[in-house]
Each structure stands twice: as structure tokens, then as C-alpha cells.
Design a protein around this ligand. Structure first.
Ligand code: 4NP
Length: 160
């Protein structure tokens, strides 16, 4: 069971659909902290800005090509289902990490601003800030994986 405590950093990764980029970030970062022996320090989740992939409260599975690239890197997306971010999530997480600038705009609007300065972009934690390469449009899941992996490494370093 996941324990939530005062020392835990609560992290929410965000993208448009929660079937490609943000689930990849959730799964990659969870594996990374586990391998670093630091799993206990983090509560990790991901969600969508859009309601597109949630039907009657049931979220879609991770998009098959995203599952495939994760599997290629030894990671499983089993059990992950899309969920939509809600306004009430603002106080439940410490940091909201967006995959692109459109997510940032949406999330700021949903939360009515960012009074505690919690919203950022994944690639801000790398030497090349900007959007994560979007595989929905490029079809290139390996490049997206590499961007996300690099962002997650930078994030973990930042949180050390
Ligand atoms: P994601 O990818 O935001 O990385 O999960 C997308 C998923 C669905 C759509 C676009 C991007 N869509 O247009 O349905």
C-alpha cells in the first residue's frame, strides 16, 4: 500500500490525453526512484487535461505504441488508466509537471492561477527547456521516451 506522509514529495505529471507522454513520465520516474532506492520519498501520478480518454469514469489504457517503447526499455504500463486532472488536485500534489506549454496554460486556468508556484514543465529540468516531443503527432515514441527520461533524471537531481 502507498503511504502518504509529510516527508513525501507528491508529483503529478500532466499531458493532453494521459495515454502517451504523462503515463510514460509516471512510469519512468517511478522506476528511476525505485532504482535509486528512494521510492519511499515520492508519490507519483499522471493525468490528462482533456476528458477525451475517460468514458463513464473508466480511463483508457496506455496507448499501445507507448506501451511498446516502455517495454523495450524494460518497463510495464500494466494497470495504468487515464484520469483527468481536477481543480481539487491543486492541494493534493506538490508539483505539477507539464509535458508542453498548452498543458501549462490549461492547468493555470483550471487552478485559477498558481499561488504556490507548483506548475512547471518537464524539460525545464534539462539543458533544453521547451515541449516534450509529442509522439501523437510525430509517431516517434523513442524520441519522446528519451526526452522524458532526460527530464526525469533532471527532476530527480533537482529534488535531491
Ligand atoms: P498524450 O497524447 O497527451 O501524450 O497522452 C495524446 C493523446 C490523445 C490525443 C492527443 C495526444 N488526442 O488528440 O486524442
Amino acid at each position: 500500500m502507498i503511504q502518504n506522509n509529510a516527508y513525501m514529495k507528491r508529483i503529478m505529471f500532466i499531458c493532453l490525453g494521459n495515454i502517451c507522454r504523462s503515463p510514460m513520465a509516471e512510469i519512468i520516474f517511478r522506476d528511476m526512484v525505485k532504482k535509486a532506492g528512494r521510492a519511499d520519498e515520492f508519490l507519483i501520478a499522471s493525468s490528462a487535461t482533456s476528458s477525451e480518454n475517460v468514458w463513464n469514469g473508466v480511463g483508457a489504457e496506455v496507448y499501445p505504441p507507448a506501451k511498446k517503447v516502455l517495454a523495450k526499455h524494460g518497463l510495464s504500463a500494466e494497470g495504468k488508466r487515464a484520469v483527468q486532472l481536477t481543480a481539487g488536485d491543486y492541494d493534493k500534489y506538490d508539483i505539477f509537471i507539464c509535458m508542453d506549454r498548452y498543458n501549462v496554460r490549461y492547468v493555470n486556468r483550471l487552478f485559477g492561477g498558481d499561488k504556490d508556484n507548483k506548475i512547471c514543465m518537464l524539460m525545464d529540468f534539462t539543458g533544453r527547456p521547451g515541449d516534450v516531443s509529442d509522439p501523437w503527432y510525430t509517431g516517434d515514441f523513442e524520441t519522446a521516451y528519451r526526452d522524458i527520461y532526460e527530464g526525469c533524471r533532471g527532476l530527480l537531481e533537482h529534488l535531491t
